[in-house]
Write a protein that binds this ligand. Structure first.
Ligand SMILES: Cc1ncc(COP(=O)(O)O)c(C=O)c1O
Length: 411
């Protein structure tokens, strides 16, 4: 206890104690790399001992604009002094503007603001079911949603019900019914599933992030669009990780000129400062919701949407999408030409790569630990893949420095 009081008076406590406290008093639901970060600026972070690291993970793309982007921090500070929360019992003076600007950015009509990504997915499931019952006259309680194998949409009870990741799922049943899984990228299987009765939607990641930055075959999203249009099912694109510049376009769906019926955003929408997610649809889809049927105390709070509006303004310039395209091409070109023999293949798009290691290379986790010791933050996904997602504002010099470290650690 005396030791804890001393900690409270200090600016920060030593790394080993930070980790020990988390270990003793926190739930063990993550397996973080052993670094304790206390400051972040741009593409760089500093640990409690003053060590500097180049961030090649960007909080799973929530930090697309880097740490402490000055424009975002300024908006946040101003809004903190003005108004942070009203609940949706009342209106606030920013929510309408945020909804309008976000809908315009992505070419849709209406926005439901939430907080975490999983909440946006849950909201989309509810709205799609209600749309099926109220607009398409599907018998109540019979709605089916088609999902893709290898998906990651979050970790709530309903979402894990249609995950094939046993770690996330195993002891958490009973599971929510109403989901049909087809292999990701398999156009025929998707078409067949969508042609079945009572299907209200196809929920899909345009690029599967957690699966290892898996890009589907060319034409997959367009085929999904066509099959959904033909069957009346909603195309529900989960762009929580792939969206907002990560793949070189505002949305990954744009690579195939596809507009989903239901678009899910999160992560970078909150500028790396606040949790802010959204369901964005045509009028008739979110139009099914009636007062009291859905909501969240913090959803659409003025603090979050003030930051969200600045994120939208930054994306409107196209600067981050262009950087992602240019730097992403450079990243992939270098990885393609210089990858050592430990690498099975490199996949991805934009400033986003999954480096799949050969089995003989050992676990990806060990490579990430080695990268950490070299001063670079990256994280494994599954056992064999090192995922890279540097912030989109990174300089080419820093990017090259990071790629050099990655190549060194993988050799
Ligand atoms: C595609 C996708 N959907 C949903 C989620 C869940 O988001 P959150 O962790 O904010 O609940 C994630 C998180 O990684 C994701 O990558």
């Amino acid at each position: 206890m005396a030791a804890l009081l001393v900690y409270r008076r200090r600016m920060s406590i030593p790394a080993a104690e930070c980790i020990a406290l988390e270990d003793r008093f926190g739930a063990h639901n993550y397996h973080p790399l052993p670094v304790v970060i206390s400051k972040g600026e741009g593409a760089w972070v500093t640990d409690v001992d003053g060590g500097r690291y180049l961030d090649f993970l960007s909080a799973y793309s929530a930090l697309n604009f880097g740490h402490s982007h000055p424009a975002l921090v300024e908006v946040a500070k101003k809004q903190l002094d003005r108004l942070t929360l009203t609940s949706r019992a009342f209106h606030n003076d920013l929510l309408g503007l945020f909804c309008k600007e976000l809908a315009e950015l992505v070419g849709l009509d209406r926005v439901l603001p939430m907080n975490s990504g999983a909440e946006a997915v849950e909201s989309a499931i509810k709205v799609s079911r209600a749309y099926g019952y109220r607009v398409r006259d599907i018998p109540n309680g019979q709605a089916q949603i088609v999902v893709a194998g290898g998906n990651f949409h979050g970790r709530t009870t309903t979402i894990i019900s249609f995950s094939d990741d046993e770690v996330a799922k195993a002891d958490f049943g009973p599971y929510t019914p109403g989901f049909v899984t087809v292999p990701y990228g398999d156009i025929d299987a998707m078409r067949q599933a969508l042609a079945q009765p009572n299907v209200v939607g196809f929920l899909v990641e345009p690029v599967q992030g957690e699966a290892g930055v898996v890009v589907p075959p060319v034409g997959y999203l367009q085929a999904a669009r066509d099959a959904c249009t033909a069957s009346g099912a909603l195309l529900i694109a989960d762009e929580i990780q792939s969206g907002l510049g990560r793949t070189g376009t505002t949305l990954a769906c744009e690579h195939e000129g596809v507009t989903p019926d239901v678009l899910l955003l999160g992560k970078a929408l909150g500028g790396g400062i606040v949790p802010l997610s959204a369901v964005v649809t045509h009028d008739e889809v979110l139009g099914v919701l009636r007062p009291g049927e859905h909501g969240s105390t913090f959803g659409g709070n003025p603090f979050a949407v003030a930051i969200g509006r600045e994120v939208i303004a930054m994306l409107r310039t196209g600067e981050f999408q262009r950087a992602s395209t240019q730097l992403g091409a450079h990243l992939h070109q270098r990885l393609h030409h210089e990858a050592p023999g430990t690498v099975e293949r490199v996949q991805g798009i934009g400033l986003w790569a999954g480096i799949v290691l050969k089995e003989s290379a050992g676990p990806a986790r060990a490579r990430c630990e080695q990268l950490l010791s070299l001063g670079l933050l990256a994280k494994e996904t599954h056992e064999t893949t090192v995922r890279l997602a540097p912030p989109l504002m990174i300089s080419q010099q820093d990017l090259d420095y990071g790629i050099d470290l990655v190549l060194q650690a993988l050799a």
